[in-house]
Ligand binder design. Structure first.
Ligand code: GUN
Length: 282
C-alpha cells in the first residue's frame, strides 16, 4: 500500500512551532521582518508573493513589500537592496524571480547580504551548502528534506534521481541529498533515455514543470516519488509533474499536488526568516 505524504499537515505542525518561536522572540522585543521585492507583474509571482505575505501574518512575522515597475534600472534595484541590507529592522530579504530580462538575476541575488538571504540564493550560501556548512537552505529543497524526515525515510545509500537542474530546486536538492549520503543523479532536458535512469531509482524527484511527465513505466515498484510540479491546465486545474493517479498504487510513498511539497516551501521560508533573525541577534 502506498503512503500519501501530507505536506499540508506537516506544514501546519511546523508553523505552530514557528509561532511559538516568534512569541519567544517578542519577549525580547524582537519581531522578525521579511522584505519582499517583486519586479514587474508576473501573474504566478503575484500569487506567490501574496501567499508569502499571508504566511508572515499567520506566524507573526512583519512583512514589507516592494512592487517595482518592470522598467526599473539595475542601479535603482541595487540601491533598494543595499538599503534593506543596511537596515537593522529587516532580517530577511527575498527577490521574487523571475525578473525582467534586462536585469541580471544572478547579480541581483548576489547583491542580497548572505546574512539576510533567506532564499539561500547568494553564491556564498550556495557554496556553503555544497561544502556541507550551516546556511540558509533554499525553501523547496528544505521542505522536501523535512517531508522525508517526517516519514522516517533514510536516504543513506539510496539511488536518488532528480529530474530538473534548476538553481532553485534541482541543484540545491542534489546537495541536500548528498549530505544525507544518497547517490545522486540529476537528469535534465538533454538527458537521453531518462526512463532508464528513473527506473533504477529508489527515490525520484520531479521538478521540471511538465504536467504528468513521470509515468508508471518510469519507476520501479515501491519507489518513492516527490513531485515539485505545479501545472495549471486551461480550466485552472492543478496537476504535478508526476502522473499521480497511475503511480499511486505502484510506489511506496508519493507527495500529492496540491498538498505535498507546495505548502512546505513557504513554511521553510518562514523558518529561514526566524533563523536569520536569531543569528542577527548574536
Ligand atoms: N520563484 C519561484 N520560486 C521562487 C523561490 O523559491 N524564491 C524566489 N525568490 N523566487 C521564486
Amino acid at each position: 500500500m502506498s503512503i500519501i505524504m501530507n505536506g499540508k499537515e506537516l506544514s501546519a505542525e511546523i508553523r505552530s512551532e514557528l509561532k511559538k518561536e516568534v512569541n519567544r522572540l517578542k519577549e525580547y522585543n524582537i519581531i522578525p521582518k521579511l522584505a519582499v521585492i517583486m519586479v514587474g507583474d508576473d501573474k504566478a509571482s503575484q500569487i506567490y508573493v501574496r501567499n508569502k505575505s499571508r504566511a508572515c501574518d499567520d506566524i507573526g512575522i512583519q512583512y514589507e513589500e516592494y512592487l517595482l515597475p518592470s522598467t526599473i534600472e539595475e542601479k535603482e534595484l541595487y540601491s533598494i537592496i543595499d538599503k534593506l541590507n543596511k537596515r537593522k529592522d529587516v532580517n530577511g530579504i527575498l527577490l521574487q524571480s523571475p525578473i525582467p530580462k534586462h536585469l541580471n538575476i544572478d547579480k541581483a541575488f548576489q547583491r542580497i547580504s548572505p546574512e539576510k538571504d533567506v532564499d539561500g540564493f547568494n553564491p556564498i550560501n550556495v557554496g556553503k551548502l555544497s561544502l556541507g556548512q550551516d546556511t540558509f537552505v533554499s525553501c523547496t529543497p528544505y521542505g522536501i528534506i523535512k517531508i522525508l524526515e517526517k516519514y522516517n525515510i533514510n536516504l543513506e545509500g539510496t539511488n536518488a534521481v532528480i529530474v530538473g537542474r534548476s538553481n532553485i530546486v534541482g541543484k540545491p536538492l542534489a546537495q541536500c541529498f548528498l549530505a544525507k549520503h544518497a547517490t545522486v543523479t540529476i537528469c535534465h532536458s538533454r538527458t537521453k533515455n531518462i526512463e532508464e535512469i528513473t527506473q533504477k531509482a529508489d527515490i525520484v524527484v520531479v521538478a521540471l514543470g511538465k504536467s504528468k511527465f513521470l509515468k508508471e513505466n518510469m519507476v520501479k515498484d515501491g519507489a518513492i516519488v516527490i513531485d515539485v510540479g505545479i501545472n495549471r491546465d486551461e480550466q485552472g486545474k492543478i496537476s504535478g509533474d508526476a502522473d499521480y493517479e497511475n503511480l499511486k498504487d505502484k510506489v511506496s510513498y508519493i507527495t500529492p499536488v496540491p498538498g505535498g511539497v507546495g505548502p512546505m516551501t513557504i513554511t521553510m521560508l518562514m523558518n529561514n526568516v526566524i533563523k536569520a533573525t536569531k543569528e542577527q541577534m548574536l
